[in-house]
Design a protein around this ligand. Sequence first.
Ligand code: ADP
Ligand code: MG
Length: 407
Amino acid sequence: MNKISVRNLTKIYGSHPDRALALLYKGLSNEEIRKQTRQVVGVKNIDFSVAAGESFVIMGLSGSGKSTLLRCINCLIKATTGEILIDGEDITQMSSKQLTQVRREKMAMVFQRFALLPHRTILDNVAYGLEVSSVPKPKRYEQAMQALEMVGLKGWEDYRPNNLSGGMQQRVGIARALATNPDILLMDEPFSALDPLIRQEMQDELMELQKKLQKTIIFITHDLDEALKIGDRIALMKDGEIVQMGTPEDILLSPATEYVARFVENVDRSKALTAATVMVKPRSVVYPKDGPMTALRVMEKHGMSTLFVTDRVGKMIGYIRAEDASEEASRGERQLDAIIQRDMPLAAPDTPLCDLLEVLAHTKVPVAVVDEQEILKGVLVRGSVIAGLAGGGGEIKLESDTSHSNR
Ligand code: ADP
Ligand code: MG
């Protein structure tokens, strides 16, 4: 089930939203509506869902309605029309008592300007959400300490916010959000005030945390690179509307409108695309205990000339060639060990494509994409990589790519 579903959400700022709504339904622009009614369209007709554990990024220029959308979800402001379902329950229909409970128990917010209380210690800042929920002191300090540890700030609990650098202050902001152990993190341009290098560091740390914690995240940014890095999916907003929604590669490879295209054209494709965004799923692998006959059959079935070998948990061991397997089989061998090639090109999921082109140009073997534990995640075949760079989204088939490609 979706963790968050937003259906047909519209927010009009002002005391006479009805007139503005009527004009909105007639198709008038936000500007015309503002002129005629003095009401401001914050967001209009927003529809999307976020799955549990997903990182959903909302991107758009200043004034496009990103914060309005988040504030509606967070119940800081009231939607004019539409539904917002959290775990299947429509929060726009809740009493204020129910709302408070949902806000305290299920979600937490991280702001751009950290919003720390200057006269409180770091520990008391982190414990703040628990304090307003009347969690007893020992318990809230325990949870706050755990959250501080998660963001790498153990030892800083007695300091005040102004003793900390910007990056550290935002770690406190994240710890404060995590302390109440919410399912949902709402992050409104959390890293926009940070220097570029610190910002990248914070992005990496958030990704690491997310691997462990699997929160449902809505993350707002106006930076495309940040969006591509953090989002499982990205929604692009303009004038209060979502103009495109999709995976990072959907957005990069086939921008839906002129507006999205202009956003995207500043990103050098070979830099923005990573191994993970263009890899395909390996069709099949074999285990070392499988014999050459098994391997041959698999290769025949899928029309591949090479086959990856992994252990049972998916850790990459090497690859075998069809001709070696065939020779080994004809000699009556039952083990693959002797013919496993262990010297092969590997890439980490986040390797930028520009760094991979060299390797791809010179290798005859498909490049295996493996994570830090050397678990096989995917395979790079030249066709999909070139298609990615060309930006057409179409597939260019090369002769040597029949091995392993599953497209
Ligand atoms: P973003 O976060 O993408 O910069 P916002 O959600 O803050 O955009 O703003 C969307 C639109 O709503 C803008 O036109 C903005 O001027 C207007 N707006 C935002 N907050 C208010 C408010 N409290 N009262 C009136 N208009 C507002
Ligand atoms: Mg904003």
